[in-house]
Design a protein around this ligand. Structure first.
Ligand code: IMP
Length: 182
């Protein structure tokens, strides 16, 4: 990996091979649960695009995709709970088997907002698939149907997750040295 990453990296939490193995399993699980159906994956931008791309290529059921972009106000490393829709879906989800694909669930505010919003649009079914679950930080309950990994309360980047717009393209998940934030 590039030198600029080594300069800021504290610890590798999830190596690329570990992530890929788990994403393959999640793809198998979803394909088996949705056998005979057509899934409609809703990716939450920007963080979920890397996960969604890998997950999608491990599905053996027909799939379509759309994206939403949301922002939760707050500092760079903590969310505040106010969710704003920056980009909505382009297609109707009425009567479709929808799976929201998200990179990480922290307090749960973003996802619980999205679940309530999409539920009002009358999908045939609605499930949630997240790569990372920081369950110790949860303040709003949100049902998670598929979870890649439980992680401790630490700010992580890589594999879609960013700090200040960076590190999304790093193929593993890692923490940053404290001096990077200051
Ligand atoms: P929640 O609404 O508190 O569950 O926060 C969810 C959003 O906060 C995620 O979609 C991420 O954009 C961001 N987030 C939370 N924890 C992290 C982290 O450790 N690294 C990068 N982004 C994070």
């Amino acid at each position: 990996m590039a030198d600029y990453v080594e300069e800021v990296r504290q610890e590798i939490l999830l190596p690329a091979e570990t992530i890929q193995a788990r994403v393959t399993e999640l793809g198998r699980q979803i394909s088996s649960d949705y056998r005979g159906r057509h899934v409609f994956l809703v990716g939450v931008l920007k963080g979920a695009w890397v996960f969604l791309a890998d997950l999608a290529r491990n599905l053996t059921v027909p799939a379509s995709f759309d994206f939403m972009s949301v922002s939760s106000y707050g500092s760079a490393t903590k969310t505040s709970g106010v969710v704003q829709i920056l980009k909505d879906l382009e297609e109707s989800i009425e009567g479709r088997d929808v799976i929201i694909v998200e990179d990480i669930v922290d307090t749960g505010l973003t996802l619980s907002y999205l679940v309530s919003l999409l539920q009002t649009r009358k999908p045939a079914s609605l499930r949630v698939c997240v790569l990372l679950d920081k369950s110790s930080r949860r303040t709003t309950a949100v049902p998670l149907d598929y979870v890649g990994f439980e992680i401790p309360d630490a700010f992580v980047v890589g594999y879609g997750l960013d700090y200040s717009g960076r590190y999304r393209n790093v193929p593993y998940i890692f923490t940053l040295r404290p001096e990077v934030y200051s």
